[in-house]
Design a protein. Sequence first.
Length: 487
Amino acid sequence: MLVFVATDCQKSTKLEKLDNVLSETRELLDQLKTEVIAEEKDETCEDSLPQNCKRLIKRANKLKKDWANECKRQKVLKNCKKSFNKCDNGNTSGGTGSSKDSFVKPKGVVDCNQETKGHCECGKNGFKTFVFKLHEQTRCFTVYRPKDRANQTLPVVITSHCYGKDRLSTLGMTNERLTQNQIAARYGFARIGLSSPDGGWTFGNDGIVNDQKPMPCSENDSKDVAYVNKVFEFIDVNPTKFKVDKIYSEGFSQNSMFAAYIGFCHSDRVAGVWQGGSGLALTSQKDLTLPGMQALCAKSVAKEYGKKDCMKLGEKACPGCKYWPIYPCYQPKKPMIECVFDYLQDGISSWKGNPENVSTTVNMYNALVSEGHDARMMRFNLPDPTSKQGHKKLNDITYWQVACWGITASCTTECENSFVECAKKSGFRTCISASKNLKGCTEDCSPTYKMMSQSETPVLKKFSKGKFGANDDLTSHARPTTSICEA
């Protein structure tokens, strides 16, 4: 919960606290609403020939055949979708996902089932969950690979969401019809969902980040570093499933901070990071207070003295602190693509007294530029000027991610022009859904910035290297004179 600290009395208003809670609640409700709508579409799935279906079930138990191929030959199976659990156009895999995928598992990692799951939910119908033990806790992660891409080696988008405590609904890992999964199938990438049974992430070195230790990425620094390392090990032992050089990390709010933590602790591996509603906190900005008082109070100090009182300790509150959660050190291999956004009315990512300058979003952009990364900053006004819910995700966020990272080849200028003309008449979502029918477009070309601005247009944008989309032409690069560290 957010605590805004005033310079005189160090108190937070109930309204500001409520604003933070409502923002997180709205995010969960939107996810659940989408899931319910998707599930309702399946409620009409019934057997049209129940007696025939019973006979077919007996036959299926005797035959050892690939029923996906069998369904193509036997039209009668279309009348038995419910009995055969094939309510998505007769697919035997339970949808468009990856339930038939076979994965290599690193040492200690096992399939999620009733015996191994612990507190975790096991994915089904195209979503595969894996579990392992770490520091006497059961940890889990869930994988989605679109079925239509089963024979392809795919880029990977890692989604972090700690608030859900490993609930699959908060990760969008319950139904292939959810928007992020449909987009994954369309543009050809896998998804891996990360969470924590604690309801929050453990950042390294007691939350103390400075020029001497800008990147606390050791497993001794944080149990969640070890958790993420195991997921990267899983990716590495499945090189035919995942493109090990096309890994992306995304999140919102605290999960955005962790997305950056993943990205820069693995900056030699991760191609792009998406941060929403947060960026980089500076200890020098006393007016900008994060929910856990990070950058102003060490984690152990905040726990001992409380978030309201820890700052009364002065410099003892966070000895040696300068940044949080991680400083994006120069990476000689290649500049990191980092897309960082917020709304100017977001009282969590920025100080309401001066959101244009005292902002974690601005802080991160400036640090990225200093270290030679490929930074893309976009700041928006709320679509509804009367709304007080500034801490929110962008509309059409997954399309923004695909576009900003350039997961596929960018759309052509001809496509861009026809799309903009369409969107002005029919709106962004109508045109993006049918973009393959527009002149010059293909279904899987990554939208350009001009195309995405038909969804929402930032009031401020800065692209440090003049790029939006992939930066494959940027490889090794000289370390800037402004850099303070190297990964």
